[in-house]
Ligand binder design. Structure first.
Ligand SMILES: *[C@@H]1O[C@H](CO)[C@@H](O)[C@H](O)[C@H]1NC(C)=O
Ligand SMILES: *[C@@H]1O[C@H](CO)[C@@H](O)[C@H](O)[C@H]1NC(C)=O
Ligand SMILES: *[C@@H]1O[C@H](CO)[C@@H](O)[C@H](O)[C@H]1NC(C)=O
Ligand SMILES: *[C@@H]1O[C@H](CO)[C@@H](O)[C@H](O)[C@H]1NC(C)=O
Ligand SMILES: *[C@@H]1O[C@H](CO)[C@@H](O)[C@H](O)[C@H]1NC(C)=O
Length: 396
């Protein structure tokens, strides 16, 4: 088939499906923390000067506000002596989310400050072979969010910004930093994000690619705000994503990404924020260990802005539900992006990875052109499955 024919088949299919994706999981309100595991260990993943508390010790660091928002934070009330770590939180969803999922995250405040390194991200069971998606991540007084994918070998992304509003920085996803994209939408990180009342992210995890949108508060599309019990899968009204990693012959997304758990964490210093040249670049002191000595040690007053406040995280899919791996509990696997690879997984995966019918269409309707582009590349396993799903729906 010619590309044009394929593209029109795809758009017909999208229209015919008029897809409403089901809410498959909601983290919001008083039950926000019900289905997460707490790490309960020092930060051996990114070598931060942090102990991630276990759930029994989390009351003052992971809680729901009277207005119903979930907060996780670095401890800002304890005086920490030299050579000791400071307490913080790292939580991982018990559920695994299959390819075909779109997450919508409404974030009121994200952590920032010298030494602070927050992230909201997802990962497969085996790292990095089953993929990692960094939705929110930055360090110290950076003024922009840096998004990234991490994979095993043979996944590269073009340094091409045609289909995204962000700026592609690194191409090879199998590197310490991953294939990174800089966010360019105003007020996306740090003090500016907080002062603007936060914003909303959407992450689409699809056979056609992985796409992240960000809207600052006040600019959130109506279909996103309305996504409570279902989501209109036609993302064409969302505009270009901030980051677009389309599936292609240089990186087959369905082969490099298996079902993902979501992780929220905040560490201090460590392998990215604590590198003297990196710390010094926004916090002005390149002395070895300045990150630790000038922030972690002492009364914690530097951590008053080191908290996530999240109104809701909702996952939508054409699938009926999420799938669960047999998890070993709080021992969370895998490193985050700047990547100590020491976090070998302890989870035994029982996840099935068959893409659901219709997953191909959600990407194809993305208004980025990337869905169609994925389909005209040499047909690979994931794309083929998506196409078969579409064709079988068309035949109904
Ligand atoms: C929670 O963490 C504290 C401090 O590290 C430890 O003393 C306690 O045994 C832990 N509790 C559980 C249930 O793991
Ligand atoms: C690159 O991929 C290989 C094979 O999957 C993996 O062992 C290694 O940790 C990856 N390296 C990075 C920096 O992601
Ligand atoms: C940089 O940090 C070190 C370590 O705490 C401290 O001794 C030094 O005075 C700091 N330098 C400046 C210019 O603040
Ligand atoms: C700690 O941070 C919170 C915000 O998370 C702030 O309200 C509080 O004033 C800060 N300082 C102390 C000593 O609690
Ligand atoms: C996964 O585990 C969580 C927590 O035990 C549970 O709430 C959820 O319903 C499970 N999901 C499935 C699909 O079994």
């Amino acid at each position: 088939m010619k590309a044009a024919t394929l593209a029109s088949v795809v758009s017909l299919a999208s229209a015919a499906i008029a897809a409403q994706l089901n809410l498959i999981k909601e983290y919001a309100g008083s039950s926000f923390f019900d289905d997460w595991d707490f790490y309960g260990h020092w930060d051996d993943l990114n070598n931060g000067n942090i102990i991630y508390v276990n759930q029994s010790d989390s009351a003052s660091l992971a809680y729901v506000t009277p207005s119903g928002n979930a907060v996780i934070k670095i401890d800002n009330t304890t005086t920490v002596p030299n050579n000791d770590p400071r307490n913080s939180v790292r939580i991982t969803t018990k559920d695994f989310f299959e390819i075909g999922t779109i997450w919508i995250m409404d974030v009121v405040h994200a952590p920032y400050g010298c030494s602070v390194w927050p992230s909201i991200w997802t990962k497969g069971t085996l790292w990095p072979e089953e993929g990692e998606i960094d939705i929110i991540e930055g360090v110290n007084l950076m003024t922009y969010n840096q998004m990234a994918l991490h994979t095993g070998v043979d996944c590269t992304m073009p340094l091409d910004n045609t289909d995204q509003t962000g700026t592609a920085l690194l191409s090879n996803c199998n590197t310490t930093s991953g294939c990174t994209v800089k966010e360019n939408t105003p007020n996306n990180y740090g003090a500016a994000f907080a002062q603007n009342g936060g914003g909303v992210w959407a992450l689409q995890f699809d056979v056609s690619g992985i796409f992240i949108w960000f809207w600052q508060r006040g600019n959130v599309p109506a279909s996103v705000t309305a996504a409570i019990t279902s989501l209109d899968a036609d993302t064409s009204s969302w505009g270009k994503p901030s980051a677009s990693w389309a599936s292609s012959s240089s990186c087959n997304i369905a082969q490099h990404f298996q079902a993902q758990q979501m992780v929220m964490d905040i560490t201090a210093c460590g392998d990215w924020a604590g590198v003297p040249s990196i710390y010094g670049s926004t916090c002005g002191n390149t002395t070895t260990n300045a990150c630790y000595l000038n922030n972690v040690v002492g009364n914690g007053a530097n951590y008053d802005t080191a908290y996530f406040e999240v109104a809701s995280i909702r996952a939508f899919s054409a699938n009926a539900a999420t799938s669960n791996a047999t998890s070993s509990g709080s021992a969370g696997p895998a490193a985050t992006s700047s990547g100590a690879s020491s976090g070998a997984s302890t989870a035994t995966s029982t996840v099935t990875t068959t893409p659901a019918a219709g997953t191909g269409s959600t990407g194809a309707s993305g208004g980025t052109g990337s869905g169609a582009a994925a389909l005209v590349t040499p047909v690979s396993l994931g794309v083929a499955v998506g196409l078969v799903s579409l064709l079988s729906l068309l035949m109904l």
